[in-house]
Design a protein around this ligand. Structure first.
Ligand code: FPP
Length: 251
């Protein structure tokens, strides 16, 4: 059941998106290999997923592997792939039991066959679940997403399904990832960097951006709560004036 006390007027985001940064530094600080940081990152993620679902958040999208992460040392990439597979296998029953639907966005065709199978299986097992949607961005890039939308659009034009004059923002929106979910309300990036790093470029147009120095493995439900409280105090104007918003609230 959703129960949030400190969040102003129960203003909870419907869709939260996260860049989980800082695993490597967390491991380095402890003299551990980077993969130990990623493992601790999975534990932190487990807590945040459970906490989000409990709070009644409708969708949580996390950046697990960017299109640029292939440039990391080969050993880190392959250990990350192994970690994705083992984590998915370990968590699937628990997620499914909690009515959570798992989805992946990004180009999965570049992943090892075993990971592609685990991804397909996790999506299939949970596809009828009606609780929180847990979206994992893997081999995802915002520019890739927009380029992909262009390709789909051009194909539609070629097949005479639509004509170029019909293209508008709503149509482009329908071709990018996550178009069936509420637009992201809150973006969280841990690890101290203040950039978007090619994440959900189209989707973040009106999202509130929250940055914290805390490294991802140290990010707990209490820190998540602080982000939610911060969000509940934001005035979301969507291009209008503060006075307009206040007038609408009084009406
Ligand atoms: C960024 O930290 C983190 C990643 C590239 C990987 C994040 C992945 C997980 C937490 C596992 C998720 C698992 C599943 C199954 C979804 P970094 O390595 O860039 O840290 P640094 O900036 O300190 O070096």
């Amino acid at each position: 059941m959703a129960h949030v006390t400190a969040v102003k007027n129960n203003r909870l985001p419907r869709h939260v998106v996260i860049i989980m940064d800082g695993n490597g530094r967390w491991a380095k600080q402890r003299g551990l290999p980077r993969i130990a940081g990623h493992k601790a990152g999975v534990s932190a993620l487990r807590e945040i997923v459970a906490n989000s679902a409990e709070k009644g958040i409708e969708a949580l999208t996390v950046y697990a592997f960017s299109s640029e992460n292939w440039d990391r040392p080969g050993s880190e990439v392959s250990r990350l792939m192994e970690l994705f597979i083992s984590s998915l296998q370990q968590e699937i029953d628990n997620l499914n039991g909690n009515n959570i639907r798992i989805r992946f966005i990004g180009d999965r065709t570049a992943f090892p066959g075993k990971l592609q199978s685990s991804i397909g299986e996790a999506e299939k097992i949970t596809c009828r679940n009606t609780g929180m949607q847990f979206v994992i961005a893997a081999n995802y890039g915002g520019r890739w997403d927009i380029t992909n939308a262009f390709k789909l659009l051009v194909n539609k034009i070629r097949c005479n399904d639509i004509c170029a004059d019909e293209i508008d923002e709503q149509m482009i929106h329908s071709f990018v990832s996550l178009s069936d979910l509420p637009e992201p309300d809150l973006f969280i990036r841990t690890g101290g960097e203040m950039r978007i790093s090619n994440y959900l470029l189209w989707q973040l147009a009106y999202t509130e951006l929250y940055f914290t120095e805390r490294l991802w493995p140290d990010f707990t439900p209490e820190h998540f709560e602080s982000a939610l409280i911060w969000f509940s105090n934001r005035e979301r104007r969507f291009g209008r004036t503060s006075e307009q918003i206040k007038r609408e609230k009084r009406a």
